[in-house]
Design a protein around this ligand. Structure first.
Ligand SMILES: Nc1ncnc2c1ncn2[C@@H]1O[C@H](COP(=O)(O)OP(=O)(O)OP(=O)(O)O)[C@@H](O)[C@H]1O
Ligand SMILES: [Mg+2]
Length: 325
């Protein structure tokens, strides 16, 4: 049964269409990913579903409640970890959790028990009474996830849970997210622009660009939809190569003076391709299993830029830190 049901969701900011009539539903206990580049509309969708932003037009339900007419019911059944840091650095980890639980009207006994439980879940028991300003980026993110779980949410929104973190810390956070699903049966909606994160964690992924969902399926099916392995080659005369190689590929695409060929079996196709190319100049050639980035490229003709998003997140984090000082 769907715990989130979105029908024709639209959000405009002074004429700018941030979310363009999108529809999707998420099943109970699913980890559902919104994957897309900067400005695709991921945070806007989460903000509307978490009732932080009013949609321009919508028919969307979360936990069976309407986002426009029943926002308070929705707030009781969701947790959210914002894209921008939102902990109070001058409080300890325990105080941050306690403050949050008081805002949700939890009794003192429930607060104490749950604080211990969620701190253990993200392995921060030892640092419970340290000020957050002494925490690393990864520890802060883990504490924010713990805080999102304090009031027993059925749905947890994670907006870029690992943005700007190093790969090792990112893997630790992934482990906690998988545990959330297994241990608590929480439905997780996460946004990310990291292909690997979406691939490893999500049961299903909606790939977004310019406020629209351009593909939605399991990671495996999205990659299979490209029609097999990929052979990417660069050469002097791409048009000529394209006309010679068309017959070997189930799909063929041209981008940045490269050709990307979808083939059933790259290892068997490669010798045939080399023979067909003959004396034509090839600068480089590589074979690979398709990634989600290839899926994005296939639908948009562009690649998702990870570094740019990382830089933006660091800029945002610095700005938030300055504002708090
Ligand atoms: N409060 C706002 N006022 C005006 N425009 C906004 C506002 N919030 C978002 N937008 C615009 O809506 C579009 C979608 O933004 P959104 O933050 O949802 O993207 P995103 O996919 O989360 O991007 P990122 O990966 O950078 O977090 C962008 O063009 C953005 O500039
Ligand atoms: Mg965002």
């Amino acid at each position: 049964m769907a715990i989130i049901d979105v029908r024709k969701l639209r959000k405009e900011f002074n004429g700018l269409v941030a979310v363009d009539d999108i529809s999707f539903s998420v099943g109970k206990g699913e980890i559902f990913g919104l994957l897309g580049p900067n400005g695709a509309g991921k945070t806007t969708i989460i903000s509307v579903l978490a009732t932080i932003l009013k949609p321009t037009e919508c028919e969307a339900k979360v936990c069976g409640y309407d986002v426009c007419s029943e926002p308070y019911d929705i707030r009781g059944c969701i947790g959210i970890v914002f894209q921008d840091p939102s902990l109070d650095e001058k409080l300890t980890a325990r105080e941050n959790l306690d403050f949050h639980a008081r805002m949700y009207g939890m009794s003192s006994k429930k607060r104490e028990d749950k604080i211990e439980e969620v701190l253990e879940m993200v392995s921060l028991q030892d640092r419970a009474d340290s000020l957050v300003e002494t925490f690393s980026g990864g520890m802060r993110r883990r504490l924010e996830i713990a805080r999102g779980l304090m009031h027993y949410p059925k749905v947890l929104f994670l907006d870029e849970p690992t943005l700007g973190l190093d790969p090792q810390t990112r893997h630790v956070i992934w482990k906690y997210i998988v545990e959330l699903k297994k241990k608590y049966g929480v439905t997780v909606i996460l946004t990310t622009h990291y292909m690997e994160e979406a691939d490893k964690l999500c049961d299903r992924i909606a790939i977004m660009d310019n406020g629209k969902i351009i593909a939605l399926d399991t990671p495996e099916e999205l990659k299979n939809s490209l029609g097999g392995d990929l052979i990417v080659l660069k050469g002097k005369d791409v048009q000529k190569l394209k006309s010679k190689l068309k017959k070997f590929a189930t799909k063929i695409r041209e981008f940045n003076s490269s050709l990307s060929l979808s083939v059933k079996d790259a290892e068997k196709s490669l010798p045939k391709i080399m023979r067909a190319v003959g004396g034509d100049k090839i600068d480089s050639i590589k074979m690979q299993k398709p990634t989600l980035d290839d899926v994005f490229l296939h639908y948009t003709g562009r690649r998702i830029r990870e570094e740019k998003a990382d830089k933006m997140s660091k800029f945002r984090a610095r700005r938030m830190a300055r504002m708090r000082r």
